[in-house]
Design a protein around this ligand. Structure first.
Ligand code: AMP
Ligand code: MG
Length: 399
């Protein structure tokens, strides 16, 4: 039997780093920036007012109140601002360029708001409401480091610096193919002995949550020829093929039957659920080798296998620094038993009040609704066969 680490290494080893591509800014959310982002301009690009009010010279404010003529109006966006004449005030709006010669912004609240002349009751010291050119970012500065995961604020600053696109790691294209003669698509009537196909939906959503791009191929029956045909057409343009089902020890194990000798290796991994696994470079008929990971079909096994092997491998290939789920050690609120010699992954629910984790449902790998109700994965070491209530255990936070 392989250890979890051995199989994890094998799966990560299949994927090469995804190439760097330039992607329109609006499509970069969640992706990893591939190069340092250097500021091509200062931010703010020019000195401007932080308040609606009046731009004046501090030297003209010899006593209060003071009445001054308003020499110009400067709304945001004005490009032909004149220098401020001594003894005058310019009516100015937030974000509008400071006229040359002005050093002080008097908020409108400290004036009568006049448009011909303005009566100023009081004024702050020079510079207080003036945004200095480059005070946020100086031209040439590294604003975002390569490896940054792009979210709203990072995309926002890139736009503020004028970038219309960014160099990022291209999302891996992952094809998902489920197998099982018993499967029926949701929305169709269910016959005797049939179940709804759920793994492809679960895996596609999980692939997307990991940062990659999922395409789902229509599931196929447990028939080697049908499966091979589906694979060959899938193999053309994807970075990774993930199958579910057909890899355990019974008869009609279509994935195993179709792929043995085609570059994919099948093994037992010392874990529960998820013992039967397969991975390798699938040699397609067109000569292409496509990374392929064959997950077991039981829904919980499929999901756990994805979390344990595929999520970190996909994230590593896409340049994420954070490969694993956030992990903690928390006391169990209830005892659990675990099989000897296998790392056990159990569903868990966190109790933030007591700071404990409760096992959620049994270990059965068909108990999908319990998985859906869990917010944590409890990880029990291979050598451990029982943990009592109150004992600390490793917990992964499923976001
Ligand atoms: P297998 O790994 O193909 O032997 O399947 C193990 C169990 O998982 C069986 O009960 C299957 O019916 C179920 N199963 C396999 N594939 C899927 C799927 N795509 N969606 C839902 N259940 C599945
Ligand atoms: Mg099956």
């Amino acid at each position: 039997m392989r250890t979890v680490e051995e199989h994890a290494r094998m799966v990560s080893g299949l994927l090469s780093p995804s190439p760097v591509v330039e992607i329109p800014l609006a499509e970069t959310a969640g992706l990893v920036l591939a190069e340092n982002l250097i500021a091509p301009i200062d931010l703010p690009p020019f000195p401007n007012s932080a308040m609606d009010g009046y731009a004046v010279r501090a030297a003209d404010l010899t006593g209060f109140p003071v009445i001054m003529p308003v020499s110009q109006d400067i709304p945001a966006g004005r490009m032909d601002t004149a220098s401020l004449l001594a003894g005058t005030a310019a009516r100015i709006m937030t974000g509008a360029p400071m006229p040359a010669g002005a050093d002080t912004i008097v908020q409108v609240e400290k004036t009568d708001g006049g448009t011909e002349t303005v009566r100023i009751q009081d004024a702050p010291p020079p510079g207080v409401h003036v945004r200095v050119q480059g005070e946020d970012v100086a031209v040439g500065a590294v604003v975002l480091r390569a490896g940054t995961v792009l979210a709203g604020p990072q995309i926002g600053v890139a736009a503020a610096l004028g970038f219309a696109s960014l160099p990022v790691r291209r999302p891996l294209e992952v094809l998902i193919l489920s197998t099982g003669t018993e499967l029926v698509a949701p929305g169709q009537p269910l016959g005797p002995g049939q179940i709804y196909e759920s793994n492809s939906y679960m895996l596609a959503a999980s692939v997307a949550a990991a940062g990659a791009k999922a395409t789902v191929a229509h599931f196929v029956a447990d028939d080697v020829t049908t499966f091979r045909t589906a694979l060959e057409s899938a193999a053309a343009g994807v970075d990774l093929i993930v199958t579910s089902g057909g890899v355990s020890a019974g008869a009609y194990e279509v994935v195993k039957d179709a792929l043995t000798g085609r570059g994919v290796e099948f093994a037992k991994v010392a874990m529960q659920p998820g013992m039967p696994q397969g991975a390798g470079l699938f040699s397609a008929d067109n000569g292409r080798s496509v990374p392929m990971v064959t997950l077991p079909g039981n829904p919980v096994s499929s999901y756990v296998s994805f979390e344990v092997f595929l999520r970190p491998a996909i994230r590593a290939a896409m340049g994420y620094e954070q490969l694993t789920r956030p992990a903690l050690r928390l006391p169990l609120s209830k005892a659990i038993d675990s099989p000897p010699g296998k790392r056990q992954f159990r569903r868990g629910v966190l109790d933030p009040d007591s700071g404990t984790v409760a096992p959620w449902g049994g270990p059965g790998s068909h108990l999908l609704s319990w998985l859906a109700g869990a917010d944590a994965m409890i990880v029990v070491g291979a050598a451990v066969t029982r943990l009592e209530a109150g004992e600390p255990v490793e917990v992964w936070l499923l976001g």
